[in-house]
Design a protein around this ligand. Sequence first.
Ligand SMILES: C[S@@+](CC[C@H](N)C(=O)[O-])C[C@H]1O[C@@H](n2cnc3c(N)ncnc32)[C@H](O)[C@@H]1O
Length: 292
Amino acid sequence: MGAPTNTNQRIMSDGEFTLLQGLVSTEFGIVLKDAKRAVLQTRVSQRLGVLKHKSYQEYFEYVMADPSKEELYLLASHITNNETYFFREKQQFDIFKLLLEDIKTEKQKAGKNTLSFLSLASSSGEEAYTMNMVIQESGLFVWDWDIRIIGVDIDRDAIERARKAVYRSNSFRTAEGDFHIMKKYFVRDDDRYMLKKHLTKNIEFRHGNLIRKETFEGLSGIDAIFCRNVMIYMRDETIRLIAEHLYSVLSDTGYLFVGASESLIQKTDLFYPEHVQGTIVYRKNLKAKIRE
Ligand SMILES: C[S@@+](CC[C@H](N)C(=O)[O-])C[C@H]1O[C@@H](n2cnc3c(N)ncnc32)[C@H](O)[C@@H]1O
């Protein structure tokens, strides 16, 4: 057991770090590199203080024994990187707008008027709301369309922030069009920007873990999925597992966007990359089989 430091933080021993690293990997699929040890120590030491635990080992045992998993998910909110902003990787949203025309055509051919989209690892909601803005801006779905967007994240605090839909200037970081968007879709109150209600009505945010199959229960025929900047923290086996979940809920004609610095190539044969104006969009490989 480590002694308290002068900042009242207990030093995390090698063994304790390995235990928590394993827990985070098994439960969330996130690989915590050794360089993250100091961050983990800082974050978890606060919980040690609150719970009056004497060591990280004791905390680990407490988390493992908690059937409600409340502490586990609290741990998730302490260690995840929630970095996000409106129109992040804007090129992908331009392509999304373009693809909406194909999606609409497919729907009309099938005589359907419902569309569904997912923002996975939605963090505080900027990605899901950006999707909604792009859909609105496209002007393609004016009458009689039923459009649903679902955001999912493991971090309950982030989900709460997403539901509130109140942002500050650091959520607007892209160079292009921010001012126009901020004026059009937000009501400003001092340094806060409140999203207008009509953009929140068709969006639902859920707490869920992408590595758990039950997170995807009840979902099917999704027209496009954004699952960006989360697999970057995961090992290939976990990415493959998530790809299986996405495969099972995405429509056969649907589109999958992953982060610009992420790739599914050589990780799974469930999806293949398609280049649309220089941007990679993944499509379902309909010949592939998912494991039972
Ligand atoms: C960097 S943010 C990405 C936000 C957004 N997708 C974007 O690209 O701007 C990563 C998010 O992934 C979430 N996350 C990490 N592991 C997860 C898991 N296993 N299941 C669901 N969400 C997870 C984190 O809580 C965090 O909000």
